[in-house]
Design a protein around this ligand. Structure first.
Ligand code: PMV
Length: 309
């Protein structure tokens, strides 16, 4: 048996504008993980993908497929030079909630590729894994920027610009984040598609919003590198306002961001696709539990503190 895991991810700054070429900062979220296990199967079975969390099982038959995780397994066969699908059962389990902005699809795909490589006795670079996972992201998302597959495949904080080699981004000090879950599933493809229609209708207005996000992300990089959490928090608030103006926030996300600030957070913003899913708040470590309690009192389905480093 061969097992591999991949983390979820948190976008700290720059979601949505990153689709339009502006930078983003993202980090792995190791508290949540997707795990894939490859087990040998009866001769003649072929390659079976078991997805018990979503009650699905798919044969990876070597043909084109519309199931994103089956597609990534199919593409991995080629890269691993496995001409015929081997008799394997790959079982994927995940603690990352689906459609919540935490990278569940990219994490499951990364775990599958890594477990298949281990079973084939091969080693793939993060760039190779990221490129394979990007293909499955296209089916999940439509026109993804590539930030999710990059941060998860590299498993370290990154400064990401679409189409440019990712730069690993070292945090001089850990950031304490509190993640608050609205409990509302919101497929990223829907928010990304809605925003695209708005941008097509009013390109100048939306380009100006994306430029403003780009400036916030640049300033956030400097504030993180200088170890200035107060400035990072203020920039998170500013990024959230710009996401509101783009129409990708929601009443629940806004209420959780406000509750986090009232409970002592240094700043808060939605994280990921928006409309539902998760928000993040930056807290001083000694305030993190209080912020998590504030989020739960304001209606968060879950809230927990984590350190990004
Ligand atoms: O997968 P999510 O919901 O975290 O969203 C990814 C970030 C977006 O910028 C909204 C989309 C993208 O392709 O970058």
């Amino acid at each position: 048996m061969f097992r591999a895991s991949a983390p979820g991810k948190i976008i700290l700054f720059g979601e949505h504008a990153v689709v339009y070429g502006r930078p983003a900062i993202a980090a792995p979220f190791n508290r949540l993980q997707a795990t894939a296990v490859v087990a040998p199967a009866e001769p003649g079975q072929g390659l079976l993908l078991e997805l018990p969390d979503v009650g699905d099982r798919v044969m990876v038959d070597g043909g084109a497929t519309g199931q994103p995780l089956a597609l990534v397994a199919h593409l991995a066969l080629r890269v691993l030079r496995l001409d015929a699908p081997p008799d394997w059962t790959i079982t994927v389990r995940s603690t990352i909630p689906v459609a919540s902005g935490l990278g569940s699809g990219a994490a499951a795909a990364t775990a599958i590729v890594a477990a298949m490589a281990a079973a084939a006795g091969a080693s793939l670079s993060p760039a190779q894994v990221s490129a394979l996972v990007y293909e499955s992201e296209k089916l999940f998302h439509g026109a993804p920027s590539g930030v999710d597959n990059t941060v998860i495949a590299y498993n370290r904080p990154v400064w990401f610009v679409r189409g440019v080699a990712p730069q690993p981004f070292d945090l001089p000090r850990p950031l304490t984040l509190v993640v608050g879950d609205t409990g509302i599933a919101s497929p990223t493809s829907v928010t990304v598609g809605d925003l695209r229609r708005c941008w097509q209708a009013e390109p100048a207005r939306f380009e100006a919003l994306f430029d403003a996000v780009g400036q916030v992300v640049q300033a956030a990089r400097r504030a993180i590198e200088c170890g200035d959490p107060t400035a990072v928090g203020t920039l998170m608030d500013r990024n959230h306002q710009l996401l509101q103006a783009m129409g990708v926030s929601s009443a629940q996300l806004d209420a959780l961001c406000l509750a986090a600030r009232q409970a002592g957070a240094l700043g808060a913003k939605l994280s990921g696709g928006g409309r539902g899913g998760n928000m993040i708040a930056l807290a001083r470590p000694e305030r993190a539990e209080q912020v998590a309690e504030g989020l739960l009192s304001a209606g968060a389905a879950h809230a927990f503190a984590t350190q990004i480093q």
